[in-house]
Write a new protein. Structure first.
Lengths: 278, 131
């Protein structure tokens, strides 16, 4: 009995140590970026890196005011919001339908979606670009939003599908007996039960569209350029651009951190509920 | 290749593990297996479908890995860090050889599909068991 408790303590310690190291390794780039963003280029390039230096917020100010960060941020937010607002409703409707089908008929469709997930994005970017040129839609919000919805949909549907599967069909039948039509069953009985799933789906769609680089690079221009593309273009040859890139990287992180703080509670619950039962 | 999807995989895998393992853990212990044997002969085999799924999804991600290479090296110096994805991008959007780039995209898809197909047998087996 005693040995087993000691083993448990030892295992816990090892696990804790490993997790600490892992967390630290993941945080190093973030810390580095945060430090670089408040350093002057002279301090940023010293080897070994200095910890004590004269901090400056000059580069944050430059990024936010001189480099049009706010403009790009608004672009990013429009594109992300558009993607989430289209992607999640379509995804949940499709997933609800699939989860209420006989499995025999739903499986091929789900496998097909998985196959779409397999496509290299580069392969899709070329036709999207060509079609966008034909329709004269390059550098418009709808084109980028539609492209992002298209690549995001397999994930959203799969995720919502696993949530809808957890809801017993008895509930649908009970709702039908009480006189609900299909839409009312979905909207008033089933959908409220998968709210955690909706949060997770919305959040992952948001992360995808906010971070997406390739499509944003190919399909946008001066008017609709999103943050990741803009920040990538900050880092040029000039040495002082490093601090500006770092300040931009910290800036792009802030909105997501704020959103995460708000939805964190729902998120953790949503992840566990969906995965344990799914 | 830090990627936000890794964390989701991790969560799913962990939950899957804790769901399956507790019971078989105990029965393994009853038969006198030590921790290593429980991991090697009970937990690991039961995770094969999950691992196969994770590996195949991560492989897909590798073939679409673009932004870090584009930002850090742009495929250079020379062509030292030029992946098939970067090469396709350069063909399509810098040299404007759209046909060639599309062909390369299709070839990439075939390669990915072939890799996935080798895993799909394992996947199918796991699917049948859990479903």
């Amino acid at each position: 009995m005693k040995t087993s408790r000691m083993t448990r303590v030892r295992n816990q310690t090892l696990l804790f140590g490993a997790l600490t190291i892992f967390t630290f390794m993941n945080l190093v780039p973030l810390i580095w970026a945060a430090l670089t963003s408040v350093k002057n280029p002279a301090d940023a390039f010293t080897v070994p890196p200095t910890v004590f230096f004269q901090p400056t917020i000059e580069y944050h100010r430059k990024v936010w005011f001189d480099r049009g960060f706010v403009h790009y941020l608004i672009n990013s937010l429009i594109v992300s919001a558009g993607t989430v607002l289209i992607s999640v409703p379509i995804g949940s409707l499709a997933a609800y339908g699939l989860s209420r089908m006989p499995r025999r008929r739903a499986s091929p469709i789900l496998f097909g979606l998985f196959t779409i997930r397999m496509f290299p994005h580069m392969l899709l970017a070329i036709p999207f670009f060509v079609m966008g040129s034909f329709l004269n839609m390059i550098d418009t919000y709808p084109l980028l939003i539609l492209a992002l919805v298209a690549i995001n949909q397999p994930f959203t549907i799969w995720l919502m599908y696993s949530f809808f599967l957890d809801i017993p069909r008895d509930l649908d039948e009970a709702a039908a007996i009480d006189g609900c039509n299909l839409w009312q069953t979905f909207r008033m009985v089933i959908l409220p039960l998968v709210r955690p799933g909706l949060t997770v789906a919305a959040l992952f769609s948001l992360l995808l569209s906010y971070n997406e680089f390739l499509f944003a690079l190919v399909l946008t221009g001066i008017k609709t350029k999103t943050l990741p593309v803009a920040i990538a273009s900050f880092g040029g040859e000039d040495v002082s651009d490093w601090s500006i890139s770092a300040a931009g990287a910290i800036g792009i992180m802030l909105p997501i951190v704020v959103i995460m703080l708000f939805v964190q509670r729902h998120l953790v619950r949503g992840l566990t509920i969906g995965a344990v039962k799914g | 290749m830090g990627d936000e999807r890794v964390s989701l995989r991790g969560v799913l895998e962990h939950l899957n593990r804790s769901r399956q393992s507790t019971r078989s853990d105990k029965s393994g212990r009853t038969y006198g297996a030590d921790s290593w044997r429980i991991i090697r002969h009970i937990i690991l085999p039961s995770l094969v479908p999950v691992i196969a799924f994770t590996v195949s999804v991560r492989l897909m991600d590798v073939f679409r890995f673009f932004d870090a290479i584009y930002v850090l090296t742009g495929g250079g110096p020379g062509t030292a860090t030029e992946t098939i994805t970067i090469y396709t991008y350069q063909l399509g959007f810098q040299l404007l050889q759209v046909g060639k780039a599309s062909a390369l995209g299709i070839i990439t898809l075939i390669i990915v599909a072939a890799i996935i197909a080798t895993f799909s047998g394992i996947l199918q087996r796991g699917y049948g068991r859990s479903g």
